[in-house]
Design a protein. Sequence first.
Length: 185
Amino acid sequence: MTAMRRALEFLFTRALRSRLGVALVIAVLISGVIGAARLVAGPGDSGDGLSSRPNRPITTVDPTAGDDGMLSTEAPPSPVTRSGARTPEQTAEQFAAAWLGRPGMTAEEWQAGMRPLSTPTLTEKLSGAEPETVPAEKVMGSPTMRERTETFVEMLLPLDAGQLRLELVASDGGWLVDVVDWERP
């Protein structure tokens, strides 16, 4: 009996108070919980769970509903211009001339020339810009239009030092430039 008493004393006074003893007790408890859960759950169905595959493709769109893709084979709609208003081409040419400016022009004069051809958002973005920062001096050809929608087009103007890309939107008073981008050759 004394041997049993000594073994229990050793277990509770030394072994279970060490880190190794605590880790061993936790491992035994976890194994017991997992084993009990498996006994209670019974045999599993092999068709359930993540390993089963569907017998047909999973679809989230009705295949008979038509084309839902981004790419379209149809031509984009032509831009609409009110009678008497500037066309996108006219707006792009006038804006390019104002953007290129002229020698000796002040920043206020330069911005005032672009203001009636720009959206309020673009006018605000250009508020701190200077005409000296424009990297080109003259237009080298007529603009090329990329029609996107009835109220949105992209215009490309060849300049002496690159290409000016303008995004125009239709407004009540005609077309206005909303984005200016410069592309070097």
